[in-house]
Design a protein around this ligand. Structure first.
Ligand code: PEP
Ligand code: MG
Length: 585
């Protein structure tokens, strides 16, 4: 038995068996074929190279249409490499002369080239090494099959163990097979973790030595409530978990009973509870669990779940589907928040040294305006079908907001000229997730229709703590008085200017923190669908007056530890069932 303490990122407990997800690069065995099979291997290799080139031509064309020629040119290098005789000739020789499998020949050749590039002094060559690895994965995918990693071999339900997973990998999980996952790297508000919660897959990240200790088929418990992974659990531990699961089932039933009751506090204040979504399909759960609309649609997932950039029609169809599913409830569409841990680094010609402080989010959109306008056009077209709000992420300066809005106005004019209907009064707001924006909230409030506070990034940037780094996960504290003070100021400004303000960061779904947010004055919280019943139960169990007392007391405390302990103690008194009588170890 081995217990590993990690970071709980997606709730729920699963008792299952391990399936190791290795990276594609490691899984290709050094195998040879009988000499008479070599011509067939060469034919496979030719087909995979041709398919990769055809794919790259399409990717390049789509990227050019969506993001302009500069970004598309990244793929010129890829195409050039696949046609380069100095790479292709030795690659084929490994098959025709040494009788290696096509897979091994590809892996060996590309790895050797990547190493050669890495050893060069010029940093431009060093970054090309990543491109070669990317290219190797592409060709291997055509040889081995579409799915990344071993996951397509997953024969039955299992718990996926990996050193790390990207948001796109998690988004591609088959929910009927992946029961839970655990990784060595990652943080609670990383986008991989957010996807896990969206899919309802229990997950623990930041588990030291996990890959070394686990092997395929090992019995495992993933405790996404306490952040524990237990390998080879004892019978006593299994008994404890089985009774915990029973108890949680009962609590879940009691939650469902209140799903249709309004989220009104004991002193009669309505707290608007909305859902955060990454995929339109999640709306079904948002509505079923009583969400009053979507407070945050992370549209960048349209990019993360496909090989090529989405077209205007792809955007439009997704938004149309959301509007239909919401049936009159509002949909807040956040324009794409690519960059940092999402998408761009995997494709970058020159990886950024500090992607979270780099060309991310609205900055990326303002540099890639063709792509930005494609999305804005689709959003506006959808605004003719139902209540939609537009929200810009990571706004740091008023200049950025004005430029983004200018593009929106331009697209509106184009649509008017083309006679395409849209809502000319579509509310336009911004995420407040950079300290500079929070500090200047009063200036922004004169220009925006609403604020949505994103605590994931606000905490990251206020406390200088990478949200995806397990090494500093303990320093990622939404209860830090500096963060609380910023949120308080933004809410005060919004109220003074009579504009809507909500909170859509992960902390809004944390019961302890929600008490504080309501006490500070927030009346709209937007959270992962599965959290809605818990929040509703909380809201119905407290009064605003009590939350205000809690916020006042929390405001007098001078450390995150003191605020956290105080909030935990109060939340456990108010809604003890939510904690199941257990404490994190
Ligand atoms: C946030 O930063 O709090 C947020 C809601 O946005 P995201 O998690 O997508 O960065
Ligand atoms: Mg954010």
């Amino acid at each position: 038995m081995q217990t590993i303490k990690g970071i709980a990122v997606s709730p729920g407990v699963v008792i299952g068996r391990v399936f190791i997800q290795e990276s594609e690069r490691r899984r290709v065995a050094r195998r040879q074929v009988p000499p008479e099979q070599a011509p067939a291997e060469v034919a496979r290799l030719d087909a995979a190279l041709a398919a990769s080139i055809a794919e790259l031509i399409k990717v390049r064309k789509d990227t050019e249409d969506q993001m302009g020629a500069d970004t598309a040119n990244i793929f010129l290098f890829h195409m050039g490499m696949l046609a380069d005789r100095s790479l292709v000739v030795p690659l084929k020789r490994l098959v025709t002369e040494q009788f290696f499998t096509a897979e091994y020949a590809v892996q060996k050749t590309f790895t050797d080239w990547a190493q050669r590039f890495r050893s060069m002094k010029d940093s431009a060559f060093v970054t090309k090494a990543n491109d070669l690895e990317d290219l190797s994965s592409r060709v291997l995918r055509h040889l081995i099959g579409e799915h990344t990693g071993r996951l397509k071999e997953l024969p039955h339900e299992a718990v996926v163990i990996a050193s790390d997973l990207t948001p796109s990998q998690a988004a591609g999980f088959d929910r009927s097979l992946v029961e839970a996952f655990a990784t060595e790297f990652g943080g609670r508000t990383s986008h991989t973790a957010i996807v896990a919660r969206a899919l309802g897959i229990p997950a623990v990240v930041g588990c030291p030595d996990l890959m070394e200790l686990a092997s395929d088929g090992t019995p495992i418990v993933v405790d996404g409530d306490r952040g524990l992974v237990i390998l080879d659990p004892t019978l006593a531990q299994l008994d404890e978990y089985h009774s915990y699961l029973e108890q949680q089932k009962l609590f879940q039933l009691s939650l469902e009973e209140v799903a249709s009751l309004p989220p009104v506090t004991r002193d009669g204040v309505h707290i608007h509870l909305c859902g955060n979504i990454e995929f339109p399909d999640e709306i079904e759960a948002v509505v079923r669990l009583g969400g009053g609309g979507v407070g945050l649609y992370r549209t960048e997932f349209l990019y993360l779940t496909r090989a090529t950039a989405p077209s205007e029609e792809d955007h439009f169809q997704a938004y149309k589907r959301c509007v239909e599913l919401l049936d009159g409830r509002p949909l807040t569409i956040r324009t794409v928040d690519l960059g940092a841990d999402k998408y761009t680094q995997e494709r970058a010609e020159m990886p950024e040294r500090n992607p979270f402080l780099g060309l991310r989010s609205i900055r990326y959109c303002l540099r890639n305006t063709a792509m930005f306008r494609t999305q804005l056009r689709a959003i506006l077209r959808a605004s003719a079908l139902g209540p939609i709000k537009v929200m810009f992420p990571l706004v740091t300066t008023t200049g950025e907001f004005r430029r983004a809005r200018w593009h929106l106005n331009e697209v509106m004019e184009d649509l008017s000229e083309d006679g395409v209907p849209y809502d000319a009064k579509v509310p336009v707001g911004m995420m407040v997730e950079v300290p500079a924006a929070a500090l200047m909230a009063d200036v922004f409030a004169r220009e925006v229709d609403f604020f949505s506070i994103g605590t994931n990034d606000l905490v990251q940037y206020t406390l200088a703590v990478d949200r995806t780094n397990e090494q500093v996960a303990e320093l990622f504290c939404p209860t830090n008085p500096a963060v609380v003070r910023l949120i308080k100021d933004v809410v005060r400004v919004a109220r003074r200017h009579r504009i809507d303000v909500s909170c859509c960061g992960e902390s809004a779904g944390d019961l302890e923190y929600a008490l504080l947010l309501i006490g500070i004055g927030l009346r709209t919280l937007s959270v992962t669908a599965s959290t809605l019943p818990h929040l509703r139960r909380l809201v119905r169990s407290v009064s605003v007056a009590e939350c205000e007392r809690i916020a006042r007391k929390a405001g007098s405390l001078d450390s995150d530890a003191a605020v956290s302990a105080f909030l935990r103690e109060r939340a456990r008194k108010i809604i003890p069932e939510a904690f199941g009588g257990r404490t994190a170890e």
